[in-house]
Design a protein around this ligand. Structure first.
Ligand code: ZN
Ligand code: FE
Length: 253
């Protein structure tokens, strides 16, 4: 059976996602309960699972209220048990987790937090990347090093090109503006920004992205770009050094 994925805007710029298959319905990263309940009510649905990519409150704030109302099972990083409100099932990279007929792969992608994970539905070409990989951006390094983030992003880059990327925030416009400062001549980036500007002018989401599009336009996945290296004055540096400098510049952008 195929999955249905619905975006649920939360707070100012967060996205939760409803993921449905048959009688099952999961929500990914519910910042708050109210918009998730409203989205469920529109379909007369019941929530069976809550999936968390990491412990930050803007990804777990709705856990307890939703769990209490629906008896939904909370699934999240097993290595962060104490920090995930209401966690029932702790998952790790070593084991598949089953959602209906779908085998879901867990990727451990630390650095934004030390136990951040992604949920990957391989058969549906869909990945929920939380605050690690954004459209044209990546998460801040709150609990990890540039090395750690680069290896987490490299792991995501191995997903098939047509994998859809569902991330935790609508940061695309400001990410793209930053991207243009380090790689102004990237034609794919320029074209994407025109599209993003027209979507945002209509207040429409820019999500999902795809791995292919991120590889062409996301500066954090492009430390081998000659133009980025030239802009940063790091022609001879390693990929991690270029990544780290790109991240530093974005922090100050
Ligand atoms: Zn976060
Ligand atoms: Fe967040």
């Amino acid at each position: 059976m195929s999955l249905e994925i619905e975006l649920v805007p939360c707070l100012k710029d967060n996205y939760a996602y409803l993921v449905r298959e048959g009688g099952l319905c999961a929500v990914v990263d519910p910042s708050e309960a109210a918009p998730v309940k409203a989205a469920l009510a529109r379909h007369g649905g019941k929530l069976t699972h809550i999936l968390n990519t990491h412990h930050h409150w803007d990804h777990t704030g709705g856990n307890l209220a939703l769990k209490e109302e629906f008896g939904a099972e909370v699934v999240g990083p097993g290595k962060d048990r104490e920090r995930i409100a209401g966690l029932d099932v702790g998952v790790t990279e070593d084991a598949l987790w089953q959602f209906g007929s779908h085998q879901v792969r867990v990727l451990e992608i630390p650095a934004h937090t030390k136990s951040h994970i992604a949920f990957v539905f391989d058969d549906e070409r869909a990945a929920f990347t939380g605050d690690t990989l954004f459209a044209m951006g990546c998460g801040r390094l709150f609990e990890g090093t540039p090395d750690m983030m680069w290896s987490s992003l490299s792991k995501l880059m191995k997903l098939p090109d047509d994998t859809r990327i569902y991330c935790g925030h609508e940061y695309t416009m400001s990410n793209g503006r930053f991207a243009l400062t380090v790689e102004p001549d990237n034609a794919d980036l320029q074209a994407r920004m025109r599209e993003v500007e027209s979507l945002r002018a209509k207040n429409a989401p820019t999500i999902p992205s795809t791995i292919a599009l991120e590889k062409k336009t996301n500066p954090f996945l492009r430390p081998n770009s000659a133009e980025i290296r030239r802009t940063l004055g790091l022609e001879k540096a390693s990929d991690v050094e270029v990544f780290a400098e790109t991240r530093r510049r974005k922090d100050a952008f």
